[in-house]
Design a protein around this ligand. Structure first.
Ligand code: KG4
Ligand code: ZN
Length: 356
């Protein structure tokens, strides 16, 4: 049957207000519009996201962004088959705005409402540019999360490893802050790194040879704070960025090797697919290293396109589309879930004294 499915997705879990419209026809998914309004300028002077300011910006922008997204897509309101909205994890005041907007839109258009886990959006995001089939191994590297998961099916995840302290994006942003790069500094660290000597500073690699594919980055920040007084000129900053980038690449390669092993030991896998997603997956150095490692281990390595690595609503609409096809709809009393995990059975593994 040649039926078009059109989904409107909404994302407001942190500092991006985003609305996107996607359409599937004959098995082919197209992004008709994908509007993201980032709040960098609002938060940069604070060095991180201020929830109340973020929420206010979402309230001010969301209807305009939705209007723009609909008009850019060229569809009519009555073409929309369902509304998909991020319900967690994220900042509760921010999530609430998108969720209420999405529920209202669904009710007024009389179409199903679908609550989406933001992390599942990242997990499926390579599907826009590649053929992606379950199961696969996922490395999710974003500003708030760093995890290895086996993705068995839509909504079925098993966490294999996690950071026990900072998320990788957070580690990039904190390092950037120490060398006076504006928030969010991740992308700039990568640029600085290209001009530096990666062997200049010897940074620690916490739990490198233990703890399975769990990760830890807090010790890096402490080490960088200690050598801060050596950072005097532009070249020192480039060298630190390069040393940090190299250390992260080495940690990710070592931990990914371990994750491959754990993933393959879990079950007999006919096809070996490795997906890397989330904001930090835009980092070219990390991409290249993980592609090479995957080739050496006979894994197919997939990334979202660079513009779909960071937060966007197209990936939320995509989860909406997959859930729509399975008729996985939600009631309008669905509540935001700021700590919504992909694997809800996984143990909390954070803080001092954690046993790996
Ligand atoms: O997925 P995302 O947009 O938001 C969350 O869900 O957290 O990820 C944002 C994070 C920020 O920490 C940002 O600095 C980092 O991704 N990031 C990068 C790069 N681009 C974005 N980190 C390193 N290299 C990059 N090129
Ligand atoms: Zn995200």
């Amino acid at each position: 049957m040649n039926k078009k499915i059109t989904i409107l997705g909404i994302e407001s879990s942190c500092d991006e207000t985003a609305v996107s419209i996607i359409q599937e026809e004959n098995g082919k998914i197209r992004i008709l519009s994908n509007i993201v309004s980032s709040q960098f300028d609002i938060h940069k002077e604070f060095g991180g996201v201020v929830p109340e300011l973020a929420a206010r910006a979402h309230v001010e922008k969301i209807d305009l962004i939705a209007e723009k997204s609909i008009s850019e897509s060229g569809i009519n309101l009555d073409d929309i088959d369902a509304i998909a909205t991020t319900a967690g994890p994220g900042l509760v005041v921010c999530l609430t705005i998108g969720l209420n907007f999405g529920k209202t839109l669904a009710a007024s258009l009389n179409v199903p409402f679908i609550a989406v886990n933001h992390l599942e959006g990242h997990a499926l995001s390579p599907k826009f540019n590649a053929s992606l089939n379950f199961p696969y191994l996922l490395l999710l590297i974003s500003g708030g999360h760093t995890q290895y998961l086996s993705v068995e099916d839509l909504g079925i995840y098993k966490r294999l490893g996690t950071t026990i302290d900072d998320a990788l994006g957070e580690a990039f942003d904190k390092t950037a802050k120490i060398i006076n790069i504006e928030f969010p500094g991740g992308p700039k660290i990568e640029k600085f790194a290209r001009k530096g000597n990666e062997n200049r500073f010897n940074l620690p690699k916490p739990i490198f040879k233990r703890g399975g594919c769990n990760l830890s980055f807090a010790g890096l920040k402490t080490a960088i704070l200690r050598i801060r007084s050596d950072i005097k000129n532009e070249q020192d900053r480039f060298d630190l960025a390069a040393s940090f980038q190299k250390t992260i690449e080495e940690i990710l390669c070592e931990k990914t090797k371990k994750a491959f092993e754990i993933y393959l030991n879990e079950k007999n896998r006919l096809k070996k697919t490795f997906v890397v997603a989330g904001g930090v997956a835009a980092n070219k150095g990390i991409r290249n290293k993980l592609i090479k490692l995957s080739q050496e281990n006979n894994f197919e390595c997939l990334f979202p396109s660079a513009d779909l690595c960071s937060d966007n609503a197209a990936m939320i609409a995509l989860v909406g589309l997959e859930k729509f096809k399975k008729k996985l709809f939600n009631q309008l009393n669905f509540k935001v879930n700021p700590r919504w995990q992909l694997d809800e059975t996984a143990k909390f593994l954070k803080g001092a004294g954690v046993k790996l």
